[in-house]
Design a protein around this ligand. Structure first.
Ligand SMILES: NC(=O)c1ccc[n+]([C@@H]2O[C@H](COP(=O)([O-])OP(=O)(O)OC[C@H]3O[C@@H](n4cnc5c(N)ncnc54)[C@H](OP(=O)(O)O)[C@@H]3O)[C@@H](O)[C@H]2O)c1
Length: 302
């Protein structure tokens, strides 16, 4: 893949955004991080420090601002779903121009439609990322997984635009696949994530305990999620999903569970809520998922 020098904005330089921003900047691309005042000041002064066994420990210089003020080749969106609307105010469609890609890395399946209401549909190229990375402080990122993998997609986006961004990310050290089927790509992640996130958060235990102590509920939820995914045009195999959970390190925690432990707002609506809405749209019964979302929403409200 080619590696032309790109100008890339990153909205939300946290666990995911901060890591990608630093890797792209280290690879020679121009990177403009978009954040609130305090974080933008810290990044402009000190750059982004990454601690990672996989990528090495390094500091990358980046530009930082509170708002996008010029056209870019791509704007990576890496805020949590809970603040997406507010954060997008920092990326005016007018400043972005007609050519820049908008590339959300959020978990969930509904945000691409939100973005296509604000930006031109052929600019919105959703990505899913498999990584474990945390923002420890503004501009300080701890990357824990021995990999960072991205699936880049976008049914409405010209293929050469996807390839150009994929090339830049690959050269920066991220494993990237460009995928043809957007719904299948987003639902593949959702089908794995939703049961993992909902059950680890509901019971406050790591994945290994969910697989043993709450097996029956896990199996039922995986089957419900697979049925919704299938109805959404993305067939997944529930047996394969279960085998993946069983093969995972038993101590694995979901990011929703970590958010619950640290009192942060959960991405419950973007994951559980979106699952229920899709189930309703296609008439798929999801009693286990409904119960879990209700219980978690009740906990979050308290
Ligand atoms: N972390 C992972 O390993 C991982 C893996 C796969 C998928 N994901 C998904 O990726 C998305 C991002 O998660 P994350 O873990 O990277 O979140 P995060 O570490 O909390 O980072 C979010 C960033 O957004 C910034 N932000 C919040 N409100 C903003 C606003 N109004 N304007 C601009 N920036 C704003 C925060 O700024 P401050 O720094 O100033 O607080 C923070 O830097 C989520 O949908 C998550 O589910 C995460």
């Amino acid at each position: 893949m080619a590696n032309d020098r790109l100008t890339v904005a990153v909205l939300g330089p946290g666990g995911v955004g901060g890591l990608l921003a630093a890797l792209l900047a280290r690879a020679g691309h121009r990177v403009i991080c978009l954040a609130g005042d305090e974080t933008a000041r810290a990044l402009a002064a000190d750059g982004i420090r990454v601690r990672s066994e996989h990528f090495g420990d390094f500091t990358a210089r980046v530009e930082a601002d509170t708002e996008l003020r010029e056209p870019v080749d791509a704007c990576l969106i890496a805020v949590k779903a809970t603040v997406l609307d507010a954060a997008l105010e920092r990326v005016p469609a007018k400043a972005l121009g007609d050519a820049g890609l908008v590339v959300p890395f959020l978990n969930g399946v509904e945000h691409p439609a939100t973005l296509r209401e604000r930006y031109r549909p052929e600019q919105v190229a959703p990505a899913v990322i498999r990584v474990e990375s945390a923002r420890v402080a503004p501009g300080l990122i701890e990357h824990g997984s021995p990999f960072a993998e991205v699936d880049l997609t976008g049914d409405t986006v010209p293929r050469e635009r996807l390839d150009a961004l994929a090339g830049a990310l690959e050269w920066a050290g991220v494993r990237v696949q460009v995928k043809d089927d957007e719904a299948a790509t987003l639902w593949a992640k959702m089908s794995f994530l939703a049961p993992f996130a909902l059950l680890t958060t509901r019971y406050g235990v790591p994945l290994g305990d969910v697989c043993t102590l709450h097996r029956e509920e896990l199996v039922a939820l995986v089957e419900e999620t697979a049925a919704v995914s299938r109805a959404s045009g993305a067939p997944v195999d529930p047996a394969a999903a279960l085998a993946r959970y069983d093969a995972f390190p038993p101590g694995a925690k979901s990011s929703m569970q970590r958010d619950a432990e640290t009192g942060r707002t959960l991405e419950l609506d973007a994951i559980g809520g979106a699952l229920l809405r899709a189930a309703e749209r296609f008439g798929v019964p999801v009693p286990v998922a409904s119960g879990l979302v209700r219980e978690l929403a009740g906990t979050a409200d308290n």
